[in-house]
Design a protein around this ligand. Structure first.
Ligand code: 1HE
Length: 268
């Protein structure tokens, strides 16, 4: 049975299929600075649940308007006056979405601009590649709002920039502008102009890889971070056994052997 994604079914996300299996997913509540309400989280769960089985080969994740994402919908949170267990379950849905992204095996390139803050930074951290333009900035303002991160910052932001920087950001609300953010490791690319266009280029490039290679890259590296080095090496060997003998790779290997495949060269 073929799984299909019904782009029209999404309301808070603008979901658009492009050619060659590349999709763009844009947070589409610019008036609310793309704040993550429960409905948006459910749509992220839905899309990234289907994507690995629907032939999606790469995704650009972006935000409409002047900001990528303002994090948790603070007004919804305020209005709902949630109990501890209710909010725990909210966070579990965030983790459901973000884990599907990080571990789903489909390359996700986040195109960042403007505010990438709180839960917005947690969302961006769940992507595999982050591209910023000069307007982007990151922060974890939860502490100032009387809150704590609940969407994985303790894990993923710490993974990107280390424990000391994460705690400093949480305690002081420190804001890092794009250049510093890239220098520190929040994002891999800083571009002039449109981070979306550049992210789309990267997505198209990644989509040229065999899906099984991308599945390994976009799930195994994360899984192996959770293992001992001993077990990770074992798992890597098994996975490479599967990926590196896939029939679809034979033509690529043959092209290398008969010298028709491009060589790896410096860009300059
Ligand atoms: C929002 C939100 C939001 C804007 N929830 N509605 N995140 C934060 O603490 C960031 C909070 N937001 C901001 O600091 C600013 O809004 C921005 C820097 C992102 C953008 O500033 P600006 O001047 O362009 O917009 P604005 O005038 O502040 O907001 C425009 C509208 O968006 C306004 O709604 P309106 O109906 O009055 O027009 C705002 O209320 C709305 N808006 N941000 C709800 N976050 C799982 S735990 C995760 C924990 C967290 O993520 S804590 C959140 C951290």
């Amino acid at each position: 049975m073929t799984i299909e994604i019904d782009a029209a079914a999404f309301k808070n996300l603008k979901v658009v299929p492009h050619d060659e299996g590349v999709w763009t997913v844009t947070l589409d509540r610019a008036k609310k600075r793309n704040a993550l309400d429960l409905a948006t989280i459910e749509e992220l769960v839905e899309f990234f649940n289907l994507a690995p089985r629907a032939g999606v080969r790469a995704v650009v994740l972006a935000g409409a308007g002047d900001h990528f994402c303002a994090g948790l919908d603070l007004v919804e949170h305020h209005d709902n006056d949630r109990s501890p267990s209710e909010f725990m379950h909210v966070c579990m849905r965030w983790h459901e979405a973000f884990n599907k992204m990080e571990y789903g095996g489909v390359p996700i390139i986040a195109a960042l601009h403007g505010a990438v803050v709180g839960g917005g930074l947690e969302l961006a951290s769940s992507a595999h590649i982050r591209v910023m333009n000069e307007t982007a900035y990151v922060a974890l303002p939860e502490g100032q709002r009387g809150l704590f991160t609940g969407g994985g910052a303790t894990i993923r932001v710490t993974d990107l920039v280390g424990k000391a920087r994460t705690i400093d950001m949480m305690l002081t609300g420190r804001v890092y502008a794009a250049q510093d953010a890239v220098d520190l490791g929040f994002a891999q690319y800083l571009v002039e102009g449109s981070s979306f266009d550049f992210a789309l280029e990267l997505a198209r490039k990644a989509a040229q890889n065999l899906p099984l290679s991308n599945f390994a890259i976009c799930s195994a590296v994360s899984h192996m971070r959770n293992m001992s080095a001993f077990d990770a090496a074992y798992s890597e060997a098994i996975l490479a056994g599967v990926v590196n003998t896939q029939p679809e790779a034979r033509a690529r290997l043959a092209a290398f052997a008969d010298k028709t495949a491009p060589r790896v060269r410096r860009d300059d």
